[in-house]
Design a protein around this ligand. Structure first.
Ligand code: GLV
Ligand code: GLV
Length: 319
């Protein structure tokens, strides 16, 4: 009997590949750039399983051609790159990698909050450019983190992990979520707030919602205008949740004070994106879950999902 074929769209941990090799023939896109669309389509036609990154678009066109495909295991918690409804119609299971990346992503969200609030990147550039010629009491002053009000938009697992960190900084925590989370309120002390109230009252607004039709351009001109002129906006969700032109205007017009961005409308973000020209923007290349340990766990979980489905078992983390 011929083994099923698993196609992996980026080099991942050997340990995960070995898990797949136990149940399938494994092929890997080994180049250090995203797999070209035509290669992906061609490999999808032969594959029983795809282990994908957030850079791969899994849509009707691909699914129609992928007659043997049984599972798409996305190595990310977000899955806005996958047309889940179409996958369902084609009988293809979709899985993601929740939980294993929660703490690392919350660490990064908090790091970005602190970097933007205390001007870490700007101060580092200033020093390296020879700007530190004397000390003065207003040199690179930023905003308090300790005791400030944090507004978390999207109180899922990552939002709750950010709230736990904020508790250690003595922050007052507000959150907004589609549904209230009494459990999270009890464990983190966060208080539910209507969206506009959260925007008005928070010193730091951290966006952690998945990208859906409801959250596309969630933060626009109106929303930024409600925020404090001293407020810091942090986005660790998806670039599509923010109207970047509105964010740029809000920063330039001093409607808000700074921003920390791990995600952009277009990724990799083009260097002529006006946001990158602002000293009060800390920009990162979508590295929310990027630690050695977490990326290993994510690859293992994606592989475990594929191994389960190819063995006729239930996937571990279906979406
Ligand atoms: C990264 O953005 C993820 O969704 O895991
Ligand atoms: C989203 O899925 C989260 O884990 O917060």
């Amino acid at each position: 009997m011929t083994k099923p074929m698993v196609y992996v769209t980026r080099q991942v941990a050997n340990e995960a590949i070995a898990m797949l090799e136990a149940v399938a023939d494994v092929e890997v896109w080994a180049e250090d750039r995203p797999i070209p669309r035509d290669v992906l389509l061609q490999k999808a036609e032969e594959a029983s399983a795809l282990l994908t990154m957030l850079t791969e678009r899994i849509d009707e066109e691909l699914l129609m051609r992928a007659k043997r495909l049984r599972i798409v295991a996305n190595m990310a918690v977000g899955y806005d790159n996958i047309d889940v409804a179409a996958a369902k119609r084609h009988g293809v299971i979709v899985t993601n990698t929740p939980d294993v990346l929660t703490e690392a992503t919350a660490d990064l969200a908090f790091a970005l909050l602190m970097a933007a609030g205390r001007r870490l990147v700007e101060a580092n550039r200033f020093l390296l450019a020879g700007g530190w010629t004397s000390w003065n009491p207003y040199l690179m002053v930023g905003q308090n983190i300790y005791g400030a009000t944090l507004g978390i938009v999207g109180m899922g697992r990552i939002g709750q992990a950010v709230a736990r960190r904020a508790a250690g900084f003595g922050m007052r925590i507000l959150y907004h979520n589609r549904s209230r989370r009494p459990d999270a309120e009890r464990t983190t002390g966060a208080q539910y707030a209507p969206f506009d109230e959260l925007l008005r009252e928070s010193d730091y607004v951290v966006l952690l919602t998945p990208l859906t039709e409801e959250t596309r351009n969630l933060m626009g001109e109106r929303e930024f205008s409600l925020m404090k002129p001293t407020a810091v906006f942090v986005n660790v969700s998806r670039g599509g949740t923010v109207d970047e032109a509105a964010l740029y205007r809000a920063l330039v017009d001093k409607q808000i004070w700074a921003a920390g961005l791990d995600v952009f409308q277009q990724e990799p973000v083009p260097l002529d994106n006006p946001l990158l020209s602002l000293p009060n923007v800390v920009a990162l290349p979508h590295i929310g879950s990027a630690t050695y340990q977490t990326r290993l766990e994510m690859a293992r979980l994606a592989a475990a999902n594929i191994a389960a489905v190819l063995s006729g078992e239930e996937p571990v983390t279906p979406v």
